[in-house]
Design a protein around this ligand. Structure first.
Ligand code: MN
Length: 248
């Protein structure tokens, strides 16, 4: 049997300890190629670099840094860098959760989504703080998920969004759906040393909703959350209503 080929990427960049941990655990399952951004690209979402060339730097054995986004990394890896199409794509371990609508901004999730769009079973892994307490566990859990993906694949057009609490004792895991969160003070407005106004997007989570089967609820309860995602964003329930509208 040929050795399994695994692509590992992230959005925290090539120097991230979460990336190193994920790659190390994945190496127990097959040959691992790491192709990751050369710097932190968190919240890069699914952006693709089209208006300038991309440079790839070999940083180790089967390890490459790209001066682009997570999506660029997966695209280049699959189409140019790897010897063949990988059996699975793993993204992370991200330092910070990707729960609810975070998946729309997350470069971590987007790297896995790009893998899925290329027809490769893919998963994203994110860790809640305190990171030191949970990284080893996150790596071990990611390896279990990856092993299952290698054995069984995933439903088509579906990726797994996995969030691991940064806790020493984890209660278990839940298969969840995305919840909804609300931030406060999202945009901070201040004056710079030269008297000009600047804005900084930030803010704390104020509250979340989603019920007992949501990722937030399970995560807050100390469980690993596994949410299957797909990218058909069509609101199917609205089609009938919109068909009743008259634009003539
Ligand atoms: Mn990140």
């Amino acid at each position: 049997m040929t050795k399994k080929l695994i692509l590992v990427s992230n959005d925290d960049g090539i120097h991230s300890s979460g990336l190193k941990c994920l790659a190390e655990k994945a190496r127990e399952l097959g040959r691992v190629f790491v192709v990751a951004p050369d710097r932190e690209r968190s919240a890069a979402s699914h952006s693709l670099t089209l208006h300038r060339p991309l440079r790839v730097t070999k940083t180790g054995t089967d390890e490459y840094a790209v001066d682009g986004t997570p999506t660029d990394c997966v695209t280049l890896a699959v189409n140019s860098i790897l010897p063949r199409t990988p059996d699975i794509v793993l993204s992370g371990v991200n330092m910070g959760t990707n729960l609810g609508e975070d998946v729309l901004y997350s470069g971590t999730v987007s790297a896995a989504m790009e893998g899925t769009m290329l027809g490769i079973p893919s998963a994203a892994f994110s860790l809640g703080s305190p990171y030191e307490a949970g990284l080893e566990y996150a790596g071990v859990f990611a390896k279990k998920v990856a092993a299952r993906m290698l054995a069984e694949g995933l439903p088509s057009d579906t990726l797994l969004n996995v969030n691991i609490p940064g806790l020493k004792s984890i209660k278990g895991y839940w298969i969840t759906r995305l919840g909804k969160r609300f931030y406060n003070d999202v945009v901070i407005e201040k004056i710079d040393p030269r008297g000009k106004k600047y804005f900084w997007i930030g803010g704390e989570i104020d509250r979340w909703e989603g019920g007992r089967d949501s990722d937030f609820h399970a995560f807050k309860g100390g469980y690993v959350t596994i949410t299957p995602l797909h990218f058909d964003m069509t609101n199917h329930d609205s089609i009938l209503k919109l068909k009743g509208w008259d634009f003539e």
